[in-house]
Design a protein around this ligand. Structure first.
Ligand code: UDP
Length: 258
C-alpha cells in the first residue's frame, strides 16, 4: 500500500494499486474533506470516480492512464474495485460514487458557499438536476447547467460560460473517458478548483434514471440494473470479465507466495 503525501490540513489517506493505478482509500467523509481542502486552495484539482471499466480502458489508453495517475483524488466507485482491493489484501473502506459526492456537495453548498456547475447529459437534464438539487437543498448555489452534446466549435463558449459563472466545483457528466479527457484539456481555463467526472450522475439527480434498489446495490448487481435501463451499456459491461481476469492474474501469484 502506498501512502499518499497529503496536504497538512487534511487527514493522510493511503491508496491501493489496482492494475497499475492508485485508488485512494477514502470513505465519503474523507473524500468530502479533501474536496473542501481543494476548494480552499483555489488551484485546479481533478477528482476521479473510478470504476472497473475505467481501469480496464486505461490498460489500452496511455492518455487516460496518465490522467488517472495525475489526479488529486481517485475514489473507488464500483463493487468491482472494492473486490479487487480485497483480492490485493488491502480492503477499501466503502464505495464513494459520483452521484453521492455530487448530492453531498449540493447539501453542503449553502453552509460552505460552494458554487457548483453541472455540465453534461442530454439537453435539459443538467437544468432539471440543478432545479431538483436547489429544491432539495434550499440555498444550494448551482451557478450553471449545460448539456454535454456540444460541437467542437462551441467548446470555447462552454469554457467561457463555466469561467464566467465563478464556479468552484464543476461536475462533468459526459461518460468515461470523454469527461476525464475534457477536464484534463480544459482544467486551466475553467477557473474552478475542483473538476470531477461523474458519469451518469445528472441522469439520476434529474430523475431521468432511477438508481438500482438498495438490495441490488448490496448484492453488487447495480450493473445489471443499469444494463436493463440502458442496453447501450453492454459495451461497458463487456469490460467486466476482462477486469476480473486481469485482477485474478495479478493477484494469484501474490496469494500463492503469501
Ligand atoms: N454524455 C454527454 N455527452 C456525450 C456522451 C455522453 O453528455 O458526448 C452523457 C450521457 O448523456 C450520460 C452520461 O454522459 O448522461 C454518461 O453516463 P454513463 O452512465 O454512461 O457514464 P459512465 O458509465 O461512462 O460513467
Amino acid at each position: 500500500m502506498n501512502t499518499v503525501t497529503c496536504p497538512p490540513d487534511i487527514p493522510a489517506f493511503s491508496s491501493v494499486c489496482i492494475l497499475g493505478l492508485n485508488i485512494h482509500s477514502v470513505d465519503m467523509t474523507a473524500a468530502l474533506e479533501a474536496i473542501d481542502y481543494f476548494v480552499r486552495r483555489g488551484t485546479p484539482h481533478h477528482v476521479i470516480t473510478a470504476d472497473a471499466s475505467m481501469l480496464v480502458m486505461a490498460q489500452d489508453d496511455p492518455d487516460l492512464r496518465r490522467i488517472i495517475q495525475n489526479a488529486a483524488l481517485v475514489t473507488p466507485d464500483s463493487a468491482g474495485v472494492l473486490w479487487a482491493a480485497r483480492r490485493c489484501g488491502r480492503p477499501l473502506r466503502e464505495r464513494v460514487s459520483g452521484v453521492e459526492i455530487v448530492e453531498n456537495l449540493c447539501a453542503l453548498s449553502p453552509e460552505r458557499g460552494y458554487r457548483i456547475y453541472f455540465l453534461g447529459a442530454e439537453p435539459g437534464v443538467a437544468q432539471e438536476a440543478a432545479r431538483r438539487m436547489q429544491h432539495r437543498y434550499p440555498g444550494a448555489r448551482i451557478v450553471g447547467a449545460r448539456h454535454g452534446y456540444f460541437a467542437p466549435e462551441e467548446e470555447a463558449d462552454v469554457v467561457a460560460d463555466i469561467r464566467d459563472s465563478g464556479a468552484d466545483i464543476v461536475c462533468v457528466a459526459m461518460g468515461i473517458p470523454r469527461q476525464e479527457k475534457w477536464i484534463d484539456a480544459h482544467r486551466a481555463q475553467l477557473g474552478a478548483s475542483v473538476l470531477i467526472g461523474v458519469g451518469g450522475t445528472l441522469d439520476v439527480l434529474s430523475g431521468q434514471v432511477r438508481r438500482a434498489p438498495l438490495w441490488m446495490q448490496r448484492a453488487r448487481l447495480e450493473w445489471l440494473w443499469r444494463l436493463c435501463a440502458n442496453p447501450r451499456k453492454i459495451r461497458k459491461v463487456m469490460l467486466l470479465p476482462r477486469f476480473v481476469r486481469l485482477v485474478l492474474c495479478a493477484t494469484s501469484g501474490r496469494r500463492r507466495s503469501a
